[in-house]
Design a protein around this ligand. Structure first.
Ligand code: CDP
Length: 215
């Protein structure tokens, strides 16, 4: 059986990787998995139980009892949940528990054409043999501005300075952890979206992906 194409998209918070992944999947007719939502759902479970997301035992209990309906919870996208997600994501047992689900999605994507996965360790750990790997980034201030606008639309009162600090804390935690740290895979193409609007970034990403699918 021939292997289906897999597109791996990694990058730091609010780099635009989620939107790019969704748009690439739409353009190619591939299935899309936003893996950050899985970690967010685990983080949110711990918060809803009134427990500490940095506590390995609490995080493990949460991932073992994960209720996938939480993926639709409006609280999933808040900054508080993002912070909790990055704490549970540093725990090896949590990553191990989510590994098979992600690899299975990549190997057997709904629709059967191909898969786009976005996250922090898709090109390095989850799908090291992905057909195309993109590492999407942007200056921290640009990412903070984008996330600030997204949160404001949700009714959040956080200031742009607070959002920048949240992003910097999360970047440091995601890049500094020992398990599956955020880093660019050696064979990933870097896409810096600091000076690209979303349409320009999508166009450039699709060029890279289509070229990679042809080779
Ligand atoms: O949307 P945003 O980039 O802010 O975050 P996300 O992709 O929803 O991920 C939330 C958190 O989950 C990140 O800060 C990471 O700590 C963690 N995560 C991870 O460790 N590995 C992944 N493949 C995806 C997310």
């Amino acid at each position: 059986m021939t292997r289906l194409p897999v597109i791996a998209i990694d990058g730091p918070a609010a780099s635009g990787k989620g939107t790019l992944a969704r748009r690439i999947a739409q353009a190619l007719g591939f299935a899309h998995l936003d893996t950050g939502r899985l970690y967010r759902a685990v983080g949110l479970t711990v918060l809803k139980r009134g427990e500490d997301p940095a506590d390995p035992a609490a995080a493990q209990r949460a991932v073992e009892a994960l209720d996938l309906s939480l993926l639709e919870d409006p609280e999933l996208r808040t900054d508080r949940t993002g912070g909790a997600a990055s704490k549970v994501a540093a725990i090896q047992a949590v990553r191990d528990a989510l590994l098979d689900f992600q690899r299975n999605f990549a190997a057997h994507p709904p629709g059967g054409k191909g898969a786009v996965l976005d996250g922090r360790d898709i090109g390095t750990v989850i799908c090291p043999d992905a057909t195309v790997k993109l590492f999407v980034t942007a200056a921290p201030e640009t990412r903070a501005e984008r996330r600030y606008l997204e949160l404001k639309n949700q009714g959040s009162a956080r200031t742009e300075e607070q959002v920048l600090r949240d992003i910097q804390t999360r970047d440091a935690r995601d890049s500094g952890r020992t398990v599956a740290p955020l880093r660019q895979a050696r064979d990933a193409t870097l896409l810096d979206t600091t000076h690209l609007d979303i349409e320009a970034a999508v166009a450039r990403a699709l060029e890279i992906v289509r070229a990679g699918l042809r080779t």
